[in-house]
Ligand binder design. Structure first.
Ligand SMILES: C[S@@+](CC[C@H](N)C(=O)[O-])C[C@H]1O[C@@H](n2cnc3c(N)ncnc32)[C@H](O)[C@@H]1O
Length: 280
């Protein structure tokens, strides 16, 4: 087994995959249907498993992201199913969950709106930690909503989460929601259109364009969301937004121009201003 592990690792390294040791372990565990910690002491692969591993390595060295090959990724405290229809959940985004949980009391009946839910990772992670909260997950992509629904079912959250397919650029977007929300969370597309071609192949070829393209300057969705946020938020309600690199101040300006108060800009572990928090 050590040999197969070594060979897999070397092949990934040869093609400049960033964490070859870790990824080799994950691919092998996937093929063997075991925990990554069991890899070293496991038996050899049968020929079917060898073929499967070979095909997974080929996909990975062609820069398909690991989570899309094995169909799942860890985010915050849970495992989320991924697909080509959703953005792969990123560790950077966990800060929205952490900051949301600081604001939401454990024992309150709160309703949360997630704009651009993708895999559902943000709102579903929050709902898991706040058993009295309920939510609405919106996405323009019905295929993304299917993945978010499947994740909600796996996490036993279906009874507390509604799914709405809608485009926030539609004029009457806000009118479809019967109630106001205590909290809005959102990680909208924020890459300037012209920058997409320079992204890593794992991102530009495998994350949906709808999840990346933030318009000419990257701020198109923030501008639009800021227009209807005062309508959808309760008085003193909060909105938490993910920001791309060097975007946080401009996002804060866009929302304060609509009358919201800036409460905080929180840096991620890499020191990037990643989460903008405003209050109505
Ligand atoms: C950056 S991804 C975020 C996905 C997920 N929330 C996360 O953090 O991993 C943005 C999401 O917004 C959705 N989206 C893009 N434009 C939209 C629009 N006009 N209306 C509704 N959803 C939209 C995309 O389909 C995508 O799922």
């Amino acid at each position: 087994m050590a040999d197969i592990f070594e060979q897999t690792m070397q092949k990934l390294a040869e093609f400049h995959i960033e964490s070859p040791r870790l990824e080799a372990r994950i691919l092998l565990a996937h093929v063997l249907n075991c925990q990554t910690s069991d890899i070293i002491c496991n038996a050899t692969l049968n020929s079917k498993q060898q073929n499967e591993l070979k095909s997974l390595i080929q996909r990975r060295i062609a820069h398909e992201p690991l989570d899309k090959i094995i169909g799942k990724r860890e985010f915050y405290k849970s495992t989320f199913m991924t697909s080509n229809n959703v953005l792969s959940p990123r560790p950077d985004t966990e800060i929205l969950v952490e900051e949301g949980l600081k604001i939401i009391p454990v024992d309150k009946n709160i309703n949360i709106l997630d704009l651009g839910t993708g895999s559902g990772c943000i709102i579903e992670s929050i709902l898991q930690e706040r058993p009295k909260a309920v939510g609405v997950a919106v996405d323009i992509s019905s295929a993304a909503l299917q993945t978010a629904k499947q994740n909600a079912a796996n996490l036993k959250l279906i009874n507390r989460l509604q799914f709405v397919q809608a485009d926030w650029f539609e004029e009457d977007f806000a009118a479809q929601f019967a109630a106001e929300f205590d909290i809005i969370v959102t990680n909208p597309p924020y890459i300037p259109t012209a920058d997409i071609a320079a992204l890593a192949p794992e991102v530009k070829n495998h994350d949906p364009l709808l999840a990346l393209d933030g318009g000419a300057d990257g701020f198109a969705s923030y501008q639009r969301i800021a227009e209807f946020t005062p309508i959808l938020l309760k008085k003193r309600g909060y909105i938490l937004l993910e920001a791309g690199i060097n975007q946080a101040e401009e996002i804060a300006n866009i929302f304060t121009a609509q009358g919201l108060k800036l409460k905080n800009i929180v840096r991620d572990l890499a020191g990037i201003k990643r989460c903008v928090i405003l209050q109505k």
